[in-house]
Design a binder for this molecule. Structure first.
Ligand code: SF4
Ligand code: SF4
Length: 83
């Protein structure tokens, strides 16, 4: 299971800086950053370390198993960004 970013994300990129596996995108220098409404976790790269959760001021990041019912669709939304 990976961590999942939801629509509370404000794209401040604070989580990107602490992710040890570089699995949160798009970064500020990637072209898609302008067109997306939030950032996404690559479920393949995520090692479930949890480092991104406390740095997020918007409470946008959840462990997949802790996603509230109304946010469960973001599991697929995050994975789909990388497909
Ligand atoms: S820290 Fe939170 S609000 Fe900021 S980019 Fe990451 S998920 Fe989005
Ligand atoms: S849980 Fe760890 S590896 Fe996964 S996205 Fe957050 S910081 Fe990156």
């Amino acid at each position: 299971m990976a961590y999942v970013i939801t629509d509370n994300c404000t794209k401040d990129h604070l989580c990107v800086d602490v992710c040890p596996t570089d699995c949160i995108h798009p970064k500020t220098d990637e072209p898609k950053v302008e067109e997306v409404k939030q950032l996404f976790v690559d479920p393949v790269g995520c090692i479930d370390c949890g480092a991104c959760v406390p740095v997020c001021p918007s409470e946008a990041i959840f462990a997949a198993e802790d996603l509230p019912e109304e946010k469960k669709a973001f599991l697929d939304t995050n994975a789909a960004y990388y497909n």
